[in-house]
Design a binder for this molecule. Structure first.
Ligand code: SF4
Length: 322
């Protein structure tokens, strides 16, 4: 089958759009979608200048999503003095997993000449995810602990490096899964939070001064296309899954989404189109700007929290008490 844009051989067929694309037209279409998302979400404010550049902290795990995000951001802004990229890798302490993906991160940031920082749960919290899974004081899935710790470190280091934005490599599948999970859990406040935290453009977000704002520039690109891009561009992405990933509820939603998309191409796009409209309405009712709860500083670490102690410090205490 030929490419729909030229007479070269197609390397992919997107069932949701009907397009067949060759390697070159496919890669350019991924880059175009990411750049369009940056424009549509107003990620780069007019106030950014070469003398006062924006610092964008990129969460770089070494998996295909964050590697592709970092590469395209670099190619787009390497010559633009208004943007400074910093990559941050978090080592969770999972045997046989993060060490290899850390190699991929080092190779990429070395190739691209991007500032790269590495932090670990071990140094920050005196624990490794392997021990957390064994102790499990709260009887929760591994990802429930890991997500709290990761969010804490991303926020902490975004502040520390003076970042204006925190960018993560969530793709279309990730976002459609989150939307579906929020619906299935009946959590309207979470839907509102999702909108304010990352779906809304920067011109329509409710102000949350306590947090460095987040963005997900890859969220229009399906997961398989991100993987194909990484392969075609020969990027050093690590493909092994975390051994705890299938334990999560998200794993079940992933399977459901795959089968829905296969039988009804375009499902992920239509979920997100409808969800964004509803999330915007929910944000008007429950968003950060409406009935906003006062945030305290955690008595232990100073992070913003609605309690006396933040969730991360409570979990760290519970794990160390076992
Ligand atoms: Fe952490 Fe879960 Fe991701 Fe593994 S899959 S790195 S445990 S959040």
């Amino acid at each position: 089958m030929d490419c729909d844009k030229c007479d070269r051989e197609a390397v992919m067929h997107a069932a949701y759009s009907g397009l067949h694309l060759c390697d070159d037209h496919f890669c350019r279409s991924v880059e175009k979608r990411l750049r369009r998302r940056i424009r549509d979400d107003d990620l780069l404010p007019a106030s950014a200048t070469p003398d006062d550049p924006q610092v964008w902290l990129v969460g770089l795990s070494g998996g295909k999503d964050s590697v592709v995000l970092t590469k395209i951001l670099h190619d787009t802004f390497a010559e633009d003095p208004r943007i400074e990229l910093v990559a941050l890798t978090i080592h969770e302490g999972i045997e046989g997993y993060r060490d290899k993906s850390l190699d991929a991160c080092l190779e990429l940031t070395d190739d691209l000449d991007i500032r790269h920082e590495v932090v670990s749960y071990e140094e920050e919290f005196d624990l490794r995810m392997d021990d957390v899974v064994e102790k499990d004081p709260e009887n929760m899935a591994a990802c429930a602990y890991c997500g709290v710790f990761r969010r804490d470190l991303l926020s902490k280091y975004a502040e520390e490096y003076g970042a204006d934005k925190l960018l993560t490599g969530h793709n279309l599948d990730d976002e459609a899964e989150t939307a579906l999970m929020n619906f299935l859990e009946g959590d309207v406040a979470q839907v509102a939070k999702h909108f304010d935290a990352s779906l809304a453009g920067f011109d329509e977000r409710s102000e949350q001064e306590e947090f460095v704002p987040r963005a997900k520039p890859l969220r229009d690109v399906p997961e398989k296309e991100v993987a194909l891009y990484a392969h075609l561009e020969n990027l050093p992405a690590h493909i092994t899954e975390c051994p705890h990933s299938s334990e999560a509820y998200r794993g079940e939603i992933q399977q459901l989404m795959l089968s829905l998309e296969e039988n009804h191409p375009g499902t992920r796009h239509s979920i997100m189109a409808g969800y964004e409209e509803l999330a915007k309405l929910a944000a008007g009712e429950f968003g950060a700007g409406e009935g906003k709860r006062e945030l305290n500083e955690c008595e232990r670490c100073g992070a913003p929290t609605t309690q006396d102690m933040c969730r991360k410090c409570s979990l760290v205490d519970a794990i160390h008490a076992v």
